[in-house]
Design a protein around this ligand. Structure first.
Ligand SMILES: C[S@@+](CC[C@H](N)C(=O)[O-])C[C@H]1O[C@@H](n2cnc3c(N)ncnc32)[C@H](O)[C@@H]1O
Length: 240
């Protein structure tokens, strides 16, 4: 195996897996995403070729992975969160498969549960949510709001900050209760983490000033953020 699609975790550099870090420290070529922690990029050997993903189109990324992989170099494709959760890891894996280049997927800690957790929100809870649904808010006009509004449990929207007003308006129009608890977590697991909380109807205003990347969480579990903020727990533990 020469190409490794590695999950970097949600932002905190300590949340990469042991296997991912080991591969990163031995790679010869590193292709990394914008959201990957700078500390992790620094973990690659000084002589490794570093390629920032944002300078390339997806086709060029695929071509680079295929070319360096064919050349037999140890390639780490470092992606935010988990490579196969809204990360285009599937597209890259297909390109490598079609080219006959062997690859390995090293999963990562996805923002999916780690970012809500960092804000004190468990995405499921025995009494409050026995299912969780994840959607991309990248193209908000294309979502099926009737279906989403009818769901119980927790709704987690990736890439939903730019379309937040539209997403919330359409969910309310489709009959979602405006009093449903909601939260937007920006830069989760990093020192810049900020959380906006409120009802679904309030959340666009509350989250107005938050920068990306941000995750939108809708559902009863979002109300637990008030009681379960990890910093509060840490302070209580320190005081005990
Ligand atoms: C292209 S998706 C990649 C998701 C990634 N593969 C994962 O598993 O977490 C990027 C989106 O993930 C969410 N996200 C990633 N990191 C985040 C963080 N630290 N805080 C909040 N949201 C984050 C945001 O919704 C962002 O727009």
């Amino acid at each position: 195996v020469t190409v490794h699609l590695v999950g970097a975790g949600p932002g905190d550099p300590g949340l990469i897996t042991a296997r991912g870090l080991d591969l990163l420290r031995r790679c010869e070529v590193l292709v990394y995403d914008r959201l990957v922690a700078a500390e992790l990029v620094d973990e690659a050997p000084p002589r490794a070729l570093r390629i920032a993903r944002e300078q390339l189109s997806q086709r060029e990324v695929n071509e680079a992975l295929v070319a360096y992989g064919r050349a037999g170099l140890e390639v780490v494709r470092l992606k935010g969160g988990d490579p196969f959760v809204f990360g285009r890891g599937g597209e890259e894996a297909l390109a490598l498969t079609e080219a006959g280049v062997p690859f390995q997927v090293v999963p990562g800690v996805s923002a999916l549960a780690a970012v809500p957790a960092a804000a004190g929100i468990p995405v499921t809870h025995r009494d409050l949510a026995s299912q969780a649904t994840i959607v991309s808010g990248h193209a908000p006009a294309e979502l099926d709001y009737q279906a989403l509004a009818a769901l119980t449990g927790t709704l987690i929207v990736f890439m939903g900050l730019a379309g937040l007003d539209q997403i919330v308006d359409r969910l309310l129009e489709a009959g979602k209760d405006p009093n449903t608890p909601a939260a937007v977590i920006s830069n989760g697991t990093t020192p810049e983490q900020r959380t906006a909380r409120g009802t679904l109807a309030e959340i666009p205003t509350q989250a107005n000033a938050l920068p990306p990347p941000a995750l939108l969480v809708i559902g009863e579990v979002a109300a637990l953020a008030a009681a379960l903020r990890p910093s509060k727990l840490a302070k209580a533990a320190a005081a005990a």
